[in-house]
Write a protein that binds this ligand. Structure first.
Ligand code: F0G
Length: 458
């Protein structure tokens, strides 16, 4: 059969204009934003690859569902619909709605955490780690060794190191483990997938030791795509069946619906154990809302219920993963250093290798996010020493292990020509490479400095 282009499996019914700009305008915008793209205005951005979270385009069915939203305080039919869809997908008995992922994290990890507790994950996402550490507990990441080799192909680079998991549980004592958290796909480690075999091994170790096993499942549909196409034995299973098989291994799951539920706001916590669920429900009512809405409107719950079914459509998932892969492969062919293979929701550029003349304390990732904006009006995010760098007692920077820049692809938002434009911008990035200079921080807050820091070009 003749190979045909994989097209966007949707037509566009409603459009949102993009404000085009000149390089001169963008240089002025960048200066005004103190060279921090978080401080740019949305209207100043041509292609916004800052995050795939809450940036999805909803379908006409979801917008129609919005009008069906039942805004009753208790027992709304929109809640019943969302609960039914989540129960069917996850198989869990107790479903707690929340306004986004980190609210679910605060409830469960706040409850399970506290001083002397340890949480173990393939890699904790920042908000997961922050909620755990805020409770006084420690959060330990145990990705597999292959995760540290950016260029080497591994089909499931997001996996957890299960030998280390066994050793850590033995070392800390099972009673001191708050939970083991498997993040699928592994966002902080390149959006890389986790295999079913790895999930089964982690689940078995947790079961043997009586430790709680939780999925951070915000990109589980994308993870299921990789399992079907890369792991033997799953060729004939549907994406949803694969997700269901993974949920069946866990004691609970936390979801930011802003990713694979294809909505702009929402989340949930699901649990198997009634006692734990009751404790979490009390916390839910104190800070999020009653158990039949959490922090959500009825219309949000309608949109989540519909989005969670749409996301498993094989044509959607093929388009989704292939378009991210298309961007990654084209950039790789041009010699742009990046994490290989491409993950599900984003391409991660190795800015340290791209700008090898810029040392870590001059922030090569920040240089790349500024260059992407200057040359193409593209907004991306630095995931390196700006985000994770710390200072030693003498005030010297302790750099992050990697200097990455993430190009996260919003779901159903950009077309192939937008992606071609990003690729063309990278051709200019490669040409300009030797002329690019580093940055210094001139103003920074004490915590989470990347959001608000001010920079100056060196
Ligand atoms: N877990 C993972 C794996 C995430 O990627 C995120 C959010 C969360 C939890 C928290 O969910 O934002 O709804 O509170 N990731 C976004 C990102 C912010 O840009 O990757 P939330």
């Amino acid at each position: 059969m003749q190979h045909k282009t994989i097209i966007e499996p949707f037509r566009i019914k409603s459009v949102e204009p993009i404000q085009l700009s000149t390089e001169t305008q963008r240089i002025a915008n960048l200066k005004k934003a103190h060279y921090n793209p978080f401080l740019l205005l949305s209207d100043q951005v041509i292609i916004d690859l800052l995050t795939d979270s809450g940036t999805s385009a909803m379908s006409s069915a979801q917008w129609a569902g919005i009008l069906e939203g039942d805004e009753a305080y208790a027992g709304s039919h929109s809640w019943l619909k969302m609960e039914r869809v989540i129960k069917d997908l996850t198989g869990f008995e107790f479903i707690l709605p929340t306004h986004q992922g980190r609210a679910a994290e605060r409830i469960i990890y706040g409850h399970l955490g506290g001083a002397d507790k340890t949480f173990i994950s393939n890699t904790h996402f920042d908000t997961t780690r922050a909620n755990i550490e805020f409770s006084g507990a420690e959060a330990i990441d145990i990705p597999i060794d292959a995760a540290h080799d950016m260029a080497d192909f591994h089909p499931f680079k997001g996996n957890m190191n299960v030998a280390k998991l066994e050793a850590l549980i033995a070392e800390k004592g099972a009673a001191n483990i708050g939970a083991v958290i498997l993040t699928v796909t592994n966002n902080s480690s390149g959006g890389q997938p986790v295999s079913m075999e790895n999930a089964e091994q982690a689940a078995a170790i947790c079961k043997k030791n009586g430790v709680l096993f939780i999925l951070d499942c915000c990109r589980i549909a994308e993870n299921s795509y990789f399992i079907k196409h890369r792991e033997a034995g799953f060729e004939n299973r549907t994406y949803k069946q694969i997700a269901q098989q993974m949920f069946a291994l866990a004691d609970g799951a936390v979801m930011s619906a802003k990713k694979d539920a294809l909505v702009n706001m929402g989340g949930f916590l699901v649990l198997k154990d009634e006692v734990l669920a009751d404790a979490c429900k009390s916390l839910l009512i104190i800070t999020e809302g009653f158990t039949t809405y959490g922090g959500l409107s009825g219309r949000d719950m309608e949109a989540i219920a519909i989005g969670l079914e749409e996301v498993f459509d094989p044509h959607y998932l093929q388009y989704r993963i292939k378009s991210t892969e298309y961007l990654g492969s084209k950039l790789r062919d041009m010699g742009v250093p990046l994490i290989w293979p491409t993950g599900g929701h984003a391409v991660y550029i190795d800015a340290k290798a791209l700008y090898s003349h810029i040392p870590s304390n001059e922030y090569p990732g920040q240089a790349l996010v500024c260059e992407l904006y200057r040359l193409g009006g593209i907004r991306s995010v630095e995931i390196g020493s700006v985000m994770f760098g710390k200072y030693d007692d003498a005030g010297k920077l302790i750099p992050a292990p990697m200097e990455l820049v993430r190009l996260a692809i919003p779901r159903r938002v950009y077309t192939q020509s937008h992606i071609e434009y990003v690729i063309e911008t990278f051709a200019e990035i490669m040409k300009e490479r030797p002329n690019v200079k580093g940055y210094r921080i001139v103003k920074e807050p004490k915590f989470l400095r990347h959001f608000t820091a001010h920079f100056e070009m060196i």
